[in-house]
Design a binder for this molecule. Sequence first.
Ligand code: ATP
Ligand code: MG
Length: 400
Amino acid sequence: MTRLRPLVLVHYHELGLKRGNRPLFLRHLARNVRRATSDLGPAQLRQVSGRLLVDLEGHPDPTAVRDRVRRVCGVASVALASRVVSTVEAMKAVIAHMIEGRTFASFRITARRAFKTYPLTSVELNRELGAFVLERVAARVDLRHPELEIHVEVMPAETFVYVEPVAGPGGLPVGASGTVAALLSGGIDSPVAAWRMMKRGCRVLFVHFHSVPYLPPTSQAKARALVERLTEWQYDSKLALVPFGEIQREVVLTVPPPARVVVYRRLMVRIAEALAKKHGAVALTTGESLGQVASQTLSNIARIDEAAGMPILRPLIGMDKLEITDEARRLGTFEISIEPDADCCTLFVPKHPATRMSEHEVAEVEARLEIPRLVAAGCDGASVEAFEFPPGASVEMTSE
Ligand code: ATP
Ligand code: MG
């Protein structure tokens, strides 16, 4: 009787990694995998030949661990695997166990050797193990479109056997690339932009501008719900809620309607930058996509950038609304974003915002405002809330 030793086998793409970055990448990846599964039970992590293993012997719910790990940024693919000694007999035994009770018309064996001194080549292993399956089930071999693909990975000290690997997000582990401050509205785009930055290894500080008491607090509730969802990818989040209504009121008093949207955005960027500096973020990110709305013309983007002293990253700049919406659905932010609300940008917003303003024109209207005072008011008035995933996990982590 074969004893199954379950584990979660994690593949990451290391091709894109510069040699010096690899240890850092792995440290962040391992920490995030540990954190993502911390409430599910004890799990031992190991690194073996370009793979990360989560040993789950005696674990109550290996599938739950797999489902958490598949969402960790930096993970290319993940599978629930069984570990056996590297003998053909042991491989056969575990394959027999895996195909028991399954019906499939076609299959293939995909054997890989992580070390080339193993006595059998991968082609020989494919043949031998394939013949073994053919003896037991009425299925044929189909190398191109098999109904079941049985993966066999031979390591120096052990072999992993698995079926049905699932794709992860890819990218880099959160934390590996530093911190950015994301301007998070209650809309569809900015949560997707924030997630894209996480996928490139950034930790995200969320900044939301609201107009309470001029508008009801619904936009804050949406921002909280969005941050709660997005925290599932970065485990710890901070959300800065910035009171913007009073600032908008002052803008309305002196700035002509067509110029207001650009002036609001420039103020948001300056306040977000001040908060970013306070929290160790080195760049800003927004959900802008070129030409999507009047405020997102090249000219307006240039004016917005001129107000910032740090890079503004716009991961959605070349995406269509449909593509962004699809991604929002995949992330589970879409349903939250489409809840009706009163965004601060609906307050005091002109019907026809300028699509083109010169640097000079913007400077002229801004000269009537006390910019440093407004920025300080936004920054100092911000309240910061903390979020974590899995809930309560960080407490366990620190007492470890
Ligand atoms: P979104 O779907 O992200 O709201 P949008 O298509 O509505 O974007 P705009 O209203 O022009 O576009 O906003 C552009 C970007 O400015 C947003 O993606 C977001 O990053 C930022 N932004 C807009 N409103 C707010 C807000 N109230 N708080 C924080 N950031 C905001
Ligand atoms: Mg919006």
